[in-house]
Design a protein around this ligand. Structure first.
Ligand code: KG4
Ligand code: ZN
Length: 337
């Protein structure tokens, strides 16, 4: 069995996965959304302190498995430095005490393997990753070979939902709040630009759209003067522009890359409006759409454990004094190639 730990942002999570059967034997996650919602976003120092309380609390429940563990897996990048270190410190201690190897896991590769929890991997695969930190289309040829085909030049999809929600005074995380409000809104009411609509670039950009939302909030007299209907209409119009942007750039990739299987992963892949738009797009292009169960779209240790099974069979271990976090965005992205 592998014990896996995830603490890259605001979710403390631990899982136990059986190596030979891929069975998820134990999984728990404690989210910090409520604590961070007071600030409209994740406060790293607070997140780190909350991990320091939550991780040992969860770990206690996994004691019955301790004699059967073959490795400890932990997210080591990308993420918030101070929160990654909480998980890494715990992983190093456990690996040392149990005298078993340590497996560092790239968080984004973990998201990709969220598709394969308790299942065999389906490869090659084209993946749209939409999370709080990243927006990318990745060509996954094999476990070893993954190539980023498109990436965001500025904000990520999840981040744009969070920032627009904050502008309207909705709370954090913004994704589910905007999705729910949009159901009651008119997506044609506000005229918002679809990013890079006339550009041949195969890339994403969300910051211009975010600024356009800011101007609409101001035109309504600020968040204090917006009615519930104004907020619902702006949420729906924003969500529609994000959807059109994602679809437009995905179409360009679909015409270039001949891979039948396509998947969406990451926290924002829980969005049903975006999911259903991709069901239609995939039907149009003859692609088979794969989605992770809703419970495994946002950060969790089950996906880290699933990835770690493959790493374990390939003996991708690191000595405990060699595991590190990579901090710059450029380095983080390079790790995926
Ligand atoms: O993958 P994740 O849990 O963490 C990162 O790796 O960043 O993604 C979190 C992000 C947040 O920005 C959150 O607002 C967004 O996913 N999200 C959504 C939805 N649920 C979560 N965005 C849009 N629609 C949703 N339903
Ligand atoms: Zn994530």
């Amino acid at each position: 069995m592998i014990l896996s730990i995830e603490s890259s942002c605001d979710d403390s999570s631990i899982a136990i996965t059986e190596i030979s059967t891929r069975k998820l034997l134990y999984h728990k996650k404690i989210s910090q959304e409520e604590e961070h919602s007071l600030y409209g976003g994740v406060v790293p120092e607070l997140a780190s302190r909350l991990h320091a309380v939550a991780l040992p609390e969860i770990l206690k429940e996994t004691k019955p498995y301790f004699g059967k563990l073959k490795a400890i897996a932990v997210t080591n990048q990308p993420g918030l430095g101070v929160t990654l270190l909480e998980g890494i410190a715990m992983a190093k201690t456990l690996a040392t005490l149990q005298n078993i190897p340590l497996i560092p896991v790239h968080h984004l590769k973990g998201h990709i393997y969220s598709l394969f929890i308790e299942k065999e991997a389906i490869l090659p695969l084209l993946v749209l990753l939409i999370s709080g930190g990243h927006t990318q289309i990745i060509q996954v040829d094999s476990f070893e070979r993954m190539e980023i085909l498109a990436t965001s030049m500025d904000d990520s999809v999840g981040e744009s939902f969070d920032k627009c929600a904050k502008m309207m005074g909705l709370g954090y995380p913004g994704g589910p709040l905007i999705e729910a409000l949009a159901l009651k809104g008119d997506e044609e009411r506000f005229d918002l630009p679809v990013p890079l609509r006339n550009s041949p670039l195969i890339a994403f950009s969300l910051s211009g759209l975010k600024n356009a939302v800011r101007l609409k909030v101001e035109a309504c007299g600020g968040k204090e003067n917006m009615s519930e209907q104004d907020k619902a209409d702006l949420s729906a119009s924003f969500q529609k522009a994000v959807k059109l942007h994602l679809l437009q750039k995905s179409k360009k990739i679909f015409t270039k890359v001949d891979i039948k299987d396509f998947a969406i992963v990451g926290g924002a892949s829980a969005n049903k409006y975006i999911r259903s738009a991709y069901e239609n797009l995939c039907a149009e292009f003859g692609k088979k759409l794969h989605l992770a169960p809703l419970a495994y779209c946002s950060d969790n240790a089950a996906m880290i454990g699933r990835y770690a099974i493959e790493a374990y069979t390939k003996k991708m271990f690191v000595p405990i004094n060699k595991i590190d976090i990579v901090s710059t965005k450029k380095q983080q992205n390079a790790m995926l190639l």
